[in-house]
Design a binder for this molecule. Structure first.
Ligand SMILES: [Fe+2]
Length: 209
């Protein structure tokens, strides 16, 4: 039901076009008093040779508050750095923040971050639970041409997205909401509208390499 959020899906469509695909999803839980630091990293790299300027990004839903002591830090503009520059920055010892900005969040807030943006978080000194749900989205045209998934993966994830939109429509708390209409075009329009058999789709079964 979270994936079917109309404000988020409208936003993704504006940035990536009508044929966007929810390519990845994950949940990160930081346990109270046991939150390890997350070193500087990029989530993924834009496919080599890709000239399409539409951004590939993650949508991070915060289920809990995340204050300036434990929150995510980002290095603005680092999504445009060359791989070598990013690697050099990530290899520096310790969690240096002199060129970074903190991103404190309230429960219910959402971050959209480019997959190439350098980000990480220091060791949490707080004793608060922090849960974050991540969805990655890619323009279908980019995914179809460059992967990393096979073409068979795309309609499966589109069916899951459509099913989530329907489930959200049926749940009580989204009553009165303007439902997001997923209307992919061309080759992306022919996916089945039935509910998928499973939401667990192992990436390793659908990777090109
Ligand atoms: Fe990350």
């Amino acid at each position: 039901m979270l994936l079917g959020h109309p404000f988020i899906l409208n936003t993704v469509e504006k940035l990536q076009g009508a044929n966007f695909i929810p390519t990845w999803d994950s949940l990160v839980v930081k346990v109270p008093n046991n939150a390890a630091s997350v070193p500087w990293h990029r989530d993924a790299a834009v496919p080599e040779d890709c000239q399409d300027s539409r951004p590939i990004f993650n949508v991070d839903f915060y289920l809990d508050n995340s204050d300036e002591h434990s929150c995510l830090w980002v290095i603005p503009g680092s999504q445009n750095w060359a791989a070598s520059e990013a690697e050099e920055r990530c290899s520096r010892p310790g969690f240096v923040t002199s060129d970074a900005v903190p991103v404190p969040m309230r429960a219910g807030d959402v971050i959209l971050h480019n997959i190439q943006l350098l980000h990480g978080s220091p060791e949490g000194e707080g004793n608060a639970l922090r849960r974050t749900v991540y969805y990655e989205f890619r323009a279908g045209e980019i995914e179809a041409e460059y992967g990393p998934h096979t073409l068979a993966y795309l309609p499966i994830k589109q069916r899951i997205l459509q099913d989530c939109i329907i489930r959200r429509q049926q749940c009580g708390y989204a009553e009165g909401e303007q439902v997001y209409e997923y209307k992919p075009t061309g080759a992306f329009a022919s996916y089945y509208h039935e509910a998928p058999l499973s939401y667990r789709i192992p990436h390793e079964n659908y990777l090109r390499r």
